[in-house]
Write a protein that binds this ligand. Structure first.
Ligand code: NQM
Length: 354
């Protein structure tokens, strides 16, 4: 006998996830994760017997509930499901899927919509941080259509600006978990940073790459992928993440001089596949590395004046613009806050059978 579970499918930014109300899933996490593996069809690289899209960017889960916190409307738990392994991990945020949490919360009646734009205050359960998503709701209904284009997604949709609060060190305990802007791992200078996503920033040239290769070219380079994983496993404990062999963090971003007029070029291992674009918190963390003195990114980014700056992060399918308020000095406090623009689309509402 199969069991039907109420479920929606949304694209959030450049990713796609199954969305569940927390009360529709088992409270026991082992039972919950067994169910989610079955729903997505993992472990199987093709995820043929489930809803997953055979890539980490389309093998994602959002669990949403009304928040009991006075400073939030809804709680959002993100779960990354490995396509090819029986692993469900809550060790990272996902800022792309976050873009769809506001529309989902309003559509599922977790909070009322205003006429115009509805600010949805979202508590990110994974890291205990908060974000505010500004959802277009003319006439009190979520509007998905619009003229905002984000690179990595065909066409246009309604823009959802998102502001981030309290992201520095949310997974690693500090923005620079080793206390140093640069460390050396496996003979390579790296910056270990967490401004919402634990990321190892490394110069592509130091790994013998231009940083402008396609994701497929990087994934096909066995020597490179082995080295990247070696660096990642060594960085895990240094970043207060412990043994990261079965975790989806830290990510590794290769940086290089820009070619499209942006601030920096990036290629990001997430961590075993290469992102077709770049993650939201990943981009914020890399941009933050770019404005801190002494990091491996400092010399490659353009100089930034204090105030509001827009940094265009180049990635394999275009740009990701991170807006930051930057203080004149400081490390932990140099980036005061960050914001960006995403879009989302409701794709399906129904039941998933497990
Ligand atoms: O960094 C992919 C994505 C992500 C995460 C990943 C993300 C973020 O693009 O906030 O959005 O890095 O695993 O969905």
């Amino acid at each position: 006998m199969q069991t039907a579970i109420p479920c929606s499918v949304y694209r959030g930014g450049t990713s796609k996830a199954l969305f569940f109300l927390k009360d529709d899933l088992p409270w026991d996490t082992v039972a919950r994760d067994t169910l989610l593996l079955r729903a997505l069809g993992s472990p199987d690289p093709r995820q043929i017997d489930g809803m997953g899209g055979a890539h980490p960017l389309t093998s994602k889960i959002a669990v949403v509930s009304r928040s009991a916190r006075p400073d939030a409307d809804v709680d959002y738990l993100f779960l990354q499901v490995f396509p090819d392994k029986a692993i469900v991990t809550d060790q990272q945020n996902c800022g792309n899927i976050l873009a769809a949490v506001g529309p989902y919360a309003i559509e599922r009646g977790l909070m009322p919509a205003q006429d115009g734009v509805t600010p949805v205050r979202i508590f990110l359960v994974n890291t205990g941080s908060r974000a505010v998503a500004h959802v277009p709701t003319p006439g009190g209904k979520v509007r998905y259509e619009g003229d905002t284009r984000i690179d990595g997604v065909p066409g246009t949709a309604a823009g959802i600006p998102i502001d981030f609060l309290e992201m520095a060190g949310s997974s690693c305990g500090a923005l620079l978990p080793t206390g140093r802007p640069t460390d050396v791992i496996d003979g390579v200078p790296v910056t270990l940073i967490d401004n919402g996503m634990p990321v190892i920033v490394v110069n592509a040239a130091d790994l013998g790459k231009s940083g402008h290769e396609t994701p497929a070219q990087l994934e096909a380079d066995g020597e490179l992928t082995a080295r990247v994983e070696r660096i990642r496993l060594a960085a895990g404990p240094l970043m207060n993440l412990g043994d990261v062999a079965a975790k989806s963090v830290p990510k590794i971003t290769l940086i290089a001089p820009p070619r499209l007029g942006g601030a920096i070029a990036t290629r990001t291992f997430i961590p075993h596949r290469v992102h077709e674009a770049i993650g939201v918190f990943g981009a914020v963390s890399v941009a933050t590395a770019g404005v801190l003195p002494g990091t491996v990114a400092a010399g490659l980014f353009p100089p930034v004046d204090p105030g509001i700056v827009d940094l265009d992060i180049e990635h394999p399918t275009g740009f990701f613009t991170v807006r930051m308020e930057v203080a004149a000095t400081g490390t932990e406090g140099r980036v005061i806050r960050s914001a960006l623009l995403r879009t989302a689309r409701k794709l399906m509402v129904g039941e998933v059978f497990v």
